[in-house]
Ligand binder design. Sequence first.
Ligand code: ADP
Ligand code: MG
Length: 701
Amino acid sequence: MTRAPDHQFLTTPLQYIKGVGPRRAADLERVALHSVEDLLCRFPLRYEDRGHLQPIASIQPDRPVTIAGEIVSCGLRPTRRPGFKIFEALVRDSSGYVRAAWLNQPFLRDVFQRKQQVILFGIVARGPGGPQFTNPQYEIVDHLEERDTVHTGRIVPVYERAGSMTPKMQRRLVWDLLQRLPDAIDDPLPLELRAEHHLPDRRAAFMQTHFPDAGTPLEVLHQFRTPAQRRLIFEEFFLFEFGLLLRRQQNEGERKPFVPKVDDRIRASARSVLPFKLTEGQRQALKEIVDDMQRPRPMNRLLQGDVGAGKTIVALLAALVAMENGLQVAFMAPTEILAEQHFLTIRRLLEASHFRVGALTGATSSAARREVLEQLASHQIDLVVGTHALVQETVTFARLGLGIIDEQHRFGVLQRATLRAKGLNPDVLVMTATPIPRTLALTVYGELDVSVIRELPPGRRPIKTLVEPESRRPEIHEFIRKELDAGRQAYVIYPLVEESSKIDLKAATEMADHLAHDVFPAFRVALLHGRMKQDAKDRVMRAFAAGEIQLLVSTTVVEVGVDVPNASVMLVEHAERFGLSQLHQLRGRVGRGTEQSSCVMMYQAPLSEQARERLKAVADTTDGFVLAEKDLQLRGPGDFFGTRQAGMPTLRAGDLLRDFSILDEARQAAQDWIARDAARGRIVAFVRDSWEARFGLVGVG
Ligand code: ADP
Ligand code: MG
């Protein structure tokens, strides 16, 4: 099925568009905008009604206003605080004057000039010298009088800045692209569907989303609920849900070459490796998995369970079922350290069995690697534990029956697909400790079946969680010293806004030095951060796991899933900067042994309302699912599902929380339309395009 000529225009890479060029294209790339279509599907951050600019004389204080006027005078004003400068401008329209001040942005000197026409947007306060804007958003317009129809004289879109691409440049670009949009553009949503859901056609939706007609209420625009906006949101969700359903259908139709069976002999074998009694949740999850494995179609299941819930043993028992049926198992972890830990655990548990376990990671020597590869191909190894090295092309299995992927969010969906492809369609079990609220799991993991372990194994002492201001650092350090004296270990986590930020790295490094030399000179302290080479990181982590390092100062790279039961204290510096689920994951690093563990969340005052709520939520409960729901309320799923975090595609128009009801509607529509032959071919073509280009998913269709 081919698509109409507009397809070519819409899929043009932005770098080939006049006025974009390589630098701006790269900036746009960074915010996931690759093609003309991406740009047109991306909503403005907000809108301004420049059709009705407010006369300066009528400005009410404390409310957002947009004014247009001419700069009468402007310049930099020094202040008494050294290094602190204020740039000021006096702006006039036919009704009056207003002052604007920008704090510490001396470069504005080179931006503004007398006699320029400007538009200012912001909140005006009553100052000593009359009304004044502080740090307003601004735009310099060329011909205010000529009623420019792109930047003034109408409701205009204001986009989020993307690197060197300013909101104004983007507005011009989008405008030009819309002028060039072919008259008839192909629409993934069939006419009947659009009529049923009251959605405008695609062309109109693009136009009205970016340059709404006069009179469109700003509130509705800002709620993203105009018919045009609803239509683009609906479209995005519809294609996404349609794609998930396609994959599910496809999966249902597949057959695996080896279908395991479970009998009493296998049950006895499982009991013999089991070191403890499974919790009810583990038993239920295992039952769902094993039932699935005995079906003729390949399993495609997600096992969700909070940190420490005991997912590994469940996966191992599933592995045992596969191996008892003469199949091989690949067990993948996101890092070398985790792979090594799993390898040791699994080898120990399988010691008494006749199954042979191998390991394959980036650290495996090339001689050892060759041997493992041979043994996998000749089925002398039954279970191999490794990193993504396992999905490399040179690895072939004699009879791969089950792939287990731990800490799923670190793996691209692609790797899952590769594993599936290489193993003659094996069962796939994906494990994640990121608790995902049920409502969302259903939707975003629509192609996976989900099992959940909610409770923790018995006998755990709940972790004590404290929220403390920085002024209490000496007491906290004293407390850590006692724990170290008692032979235990501790983590100190330092936030990096970006793992690559030099400034933050310096702060973390200084902190580590300070702790090593001044605070805990009697103990061994080491630093771990994201800019270290992988093998250096692994060395530090190994030394910590072995107890050779007692205090680990780390950025958040401290591995998800790493198990150091002797660590009993987690101190999070600048806890106010962390997200809720991050704090929960960090806390999960301790409390893995029999000793009482503590997590101290230290904050720098003053706390924002949001940060206070986050810290309180984490202190109030250790239930990851409760926290996930809370996180969703506080932040919205846009953040919760970073693409990397949950393998979830970045949405362009839709927002899972804000637009949940549209998502629901779209899912139902997708279910309805996938059964109809009429439009299917065309919808599938659109799904394939948007999925392959954007979501990186293969094998749809
Ligand atoms: P996660 O779900 O985070 O991967 P693990 O599988 O690493 O958790 O299990 C955490 C710890 O709990 C391990 O030390 C494991 O041996 C132990 N464990 C798991 N299940 C049980 C159980 N039913 N009873 C007692 N201990 C258990
Ligand atoms: Mg684990």
